[in-house]
Design a protein around this ligand. Sequence first.
Ligand SMILES: Nc1ncnc2c1ncn2[C@@H]1O[C@H](COP(=O)(O)OP(=O)(O)OP(=O)(O)O)[C@@H](O)[C@H]1O
Length: 262
Amino acid sequence: MTEPLVTLDHLTVLFDERPVVDRVNLKVHRGDIITVIGPNGAGKTTLIKAILGIQKVSSGQVSLQKNLVIGYVPQHLTLEATLPLSVKRFMLLSGKPLAKCASALARTGVGHLLDASVHHLSGGEKQRLLLARALARKPDLLVLDEPAQGVDINGQAALYDLIRQLRDDLNCGVIMISHDLHLVMAATDKVICLNQHVCCSGTPADISHDPAFIETFGQPVAESLAVYHHHHNHRHDLHGNVVAGGQHGAHTGHEECDHAHH
Ligand SMILES: Nc1ncnc2c1ncn2[C@@H]1O[C@H](COP(=O)(O)OP(=O)(O)OP(=O)(O)O)[C@@H](O)[C@H]1O
């Protein structure tokens, strides 16, 4: 396999001696779409910040491929409301030429908004603008912090679809944080369930059956998500429970932590 874009090796971040990210191992390769999920305060943003190099690491290591170009899409576009700013001007602040900016905007579906004010964009348009800014850098790795926040459900599905297309076009790796579990299940290749440490990781189908996932998010969430990847390669009893001894293909190929949860 090719050299990973990012390698986290026992990455640990302590705040006041409290481990907020606890011995996390992770590799992101070109072509991967990895989504980090986890409850509030689980350390997701801290992990992303460590990859971006803006969070001091307490122990362990973050290694990036040489000359790695990262395109970062923050959660929100925070701008001075009184500052008049067009989409074109905002994009040019990236330092990239207009032609590159315009083509990135076209690629994310907001090319027609070049002269619009950034203050008047809808939630979905703002996210597409941020994605275009990241894209203009021709990134090897796209890092997205809750890209679908403030976007309606149809817009969210379209946004995740776009992220997949961009991954294909750029042949980049993608790592993102998401709270939209249903969309995550439909749109990602690999899920990392973080609760300081990695509770479980694997394909969406695998982790929705994982006891560590069920412990973190609860049975109802796990059941509602499992529907997305219901392979019908096992039998149910009259109550819908999987009959013991039936094959359960969704349990293969995932990783679990080998220490107690706290
Ligand atoms: N600079 C800091 N100093 C001290 N504590 C911090 C700092 N940054 C984050 N924390 C704490 O670390 C924990 C993890 O925060 P983080 O933002 O990484 O969580 P998260 O998983 O992204 O949460 P959410 O889903 O709520 O955005 C939280 O308890 C937070 O209060």
